[in-house]
Design a protein around this ligand. Structure first.
Ligand SMILES: Nc1ncnc2c1ncn2[C@@H]1O[C@H](COP(=O)(O)OP(=O)(O)OP(=O)(O)O)[C@@H](O)[C@H]1O
Ligand SMILES: [Mg+2]
Length: 339
């Protein structure tokens, strides 16, 4: 459905100089700096996939989405969406896609929501029959009827986001681009939006590309994720593979009876392993003892019996590394060339 091949996007900006003097100098200078926001990215996405496109602030996510929607023209490389070049055939492309930018609405601010929908119906040339069917579906999943007659500017953020999503789906697009669709929403509305996305994907096999900083969105919606960093792709694969290869740390939390004894615990000596070799961390806080270790090198029973040889353990909890931790780690240190 989507083929992105070696696309790059450079932005040219006037060179900035420091200080007030610099600001004045900048006004008269013709020097330019080139910023490569997207740097040689390729991927292809099949019909019906929901792909999470993630990366830290300024990584180049929105810029890629804008090239895929035809808003921006790539500096280099090509992109086809449903067989169409988005920036060359913007009108044709528009029929195939729906876009939601969570940061700002695509709707007419002062018009009642119903009017925005009527206008969109005309723009996309949606027949009365299709409109009626689609509105019934959208009303069910997004509950638009609650505020359908109100001007968009009077809507709460959650209502506005539902309205934006509904508007993007009115012409039943093949591809749906969602740029931070759950930003600023409370947990209930987030959940509704996620359910709606899932349902649309299942009902129509809509292809969905989603950028988000919300790990919950990724865990609940995306089977595949693409991670970018400074404009480059650093990971492309399944969420479970990401967890397998990076989520190798485990944490055991133990509530113990005699914390003062635990201070004397020399875990590595008891385990008979080199401290450096098994990247284990031990941390004691009041009566709680936290041990973090690499699950490929040590096992929980080993840790437990080593601790229990020294102190009495009242309660135990075992945690896998959370996806949020893995993602943070990758943003900081890259994916180690596994893209
Ligand atoms: N129109 C523009 N002119 C100049 N630079 C731009 C323009 N649009 C984006 N950039 C720069 O390109 C880089 C990538 O921006 P982009 O908006 O794609 O990031 P992002 O991954 O969407 O980040 P965020 O998570 O903050 O939304 C940033 O350094 C940004 O400042
Ligand atoms: Mg963005």
């Amino acid at each position: 459905m989507i083929e992105v091949s070696h696309i790059s996007k450079d932005f040219v900006a006037p060179k900035k100089y420091p200080g007030l003097r610099g600001a004045v100098k900048g006004l008269f200078s013709t020097e330019k700096v080139v910023k490569t926001a997207v740097d040689d990215i390729s991927f292809s996405i099949d019909t019906g996939e929901i792909v999470g496109y993630i990366g830290s602030n300024g990584a180049g996510k929105s810029t890629t989405i804008k090239m895929m929607t035809g808003i921006l023209v790539p500096t280099k490389g090509t992109c086809t969406v449903a067989g169409i070049n988005p920036s060359r055939s913007r009108k044709e492309n528009a029929q195939n896609i729906g876009v939601v930018f969570g940061q700002r609405t695509q709707l007419w601010w002062d018009l009642p929501l119903s009017e925005s929908f009527t206008i969109l119906k005309e723009i996309y040339d949606v027949s009365d029959a299709v409109y009626a069917e689609q509105m019934e579906f959208l009303n069910r999943v997004l509950e638009l009827q609650d505020f359908f007659d109100r001007p968009v500017r009077t809507l709460s953020l959650g209502q506005r986001m539902r309205a934006d999503l509904g508007a993007a789906l009115l012409h039943n697009p093949k591809v749906l681009y969602l740029d931070e669709p759950t930003i600023g929403l409370d947990l209930v509305v987030k959940d509704n939006i996620r359910k709606a996305i899932k349902e649309i994907n299942e009902k129509y096999r809509t292809t969905v590309i989603l950028t988000t900083h919300d790990i919950g969105d990724i865990e609940e919606l995306c089977s595949r994720i693409i991670i970018i960093d400074e404009g480059r792709k650093i990971y492309d694969g399944s969420l479970s593979a990401l967890k397998d290869s990076y989520g190798t740390k485990r944490k055991v939390t133990m509530e113990i009876k005699q914390p003062e004894k635990a201070k004397k615990l020399r875990l590595h000596e008891v385990l008979g392993v080199e401290e450096a070799a098994c990247s284990t961390e031990v941390h004691l806080e009041n009566s709680m003892l936290y041990v973090t270790f690499d699950k490929h090198r040590l096992q929980v029973p080993q840790i437990l019996s080593a601790v229990m040889a020294v102190v009495e353990v009242k309660d135990v909890q075992i945690q896998e590394t959370e996806l949020a931790e893995i993602v943070k780690e990758i943003y900081h240190h890259g994916a180690g060339g596994e893209a």
